[in-house]
Design a protein around this ligand. Sequence first.
Ligand SMILES: Cc1cc2nc3c(=O)[nH]c(=O)nc-3n(C[C@H](O)[C@H](O)[C@H](O)COP(=O)(O)O)c2cc1C
Length: 226
Amino acid sequence: MSTFDAAPTALIVHAHPEPHSFSTAQMATAAQALRDGGYRVDVLDLYADTWAPVLAREEFAPTDGPFKPQAEQMRAVKDGTLDAAVKAHLDRLLAADLLVLSFPMWWFSLPAILKGWVDRVFVMGGVFGGDHGLFGDAALAGKQAMLLLTTGGPSESFRPGGAFGSMDDFLFHIHRGMLEFVGYQVLDPVVTYGPAHMSDQERAAALETVSESVALIAADSKSTAR
Ligand SMILES: Cc1cc2nc3c(=O)[nH]c(=O)nc-3n(C[C@H](O)[C@H](O)[C@H](O)COP(=O)(O)O)c2cc1C
């Protein structure tokens, strides 16, 4: 991010099949808070765009011998033969100063459509490996990322020693294994616990809390990004 650029860019990658869900409202609230905080916001709505999440050999140029996905990703980057949809999303990813992954917690992890986005778009040779290293040497070093999620369970269940276990433990594989792995500095997650069990008034208050949390993150992260 150059100091001469007008505004940093946030890419929100959203994964919820229902446009009227709380998660989608939460994503829209966060997007507005980022815009109000001076970000240009780019939204990738994976369900609305019918994103194909399965990494398959058909997206790569034909090869003799066994199919090795990461070797094919490296080759496609080098030869300029990446699948057009993957390339378009990779370009949007590389253009963003802040990545926000927005999703409902499913099976204590990401919905498959979002996991598949990471499988296909966090391309070896494009964001790590090849000319890039891992973690601090990966292509997205110097950029920031955060998770924006909802849960079914209440916050008490996600405290250390709670019925489910610590939220930090559940998010570790995303924070460390996906985001830090490709270079991002990971910001605190914004989590709304159990929106399905809230009244309309409580949901409105929860969205207000999300807006305030994201505004604070935007203010901090924008000063770091510049
Ligand atoms: C396939 C699936 C798996 C789920 N797994 C979890 C889970 O592991 N932990 C949890 O707290 N809630 C789980 N839930 C509940 C959702 O997280 C919850 O309904 C959602 O976050 C609420 O937001 P929404 O109303 O925007 O969908 C799951 C829901 C589905 C459909």
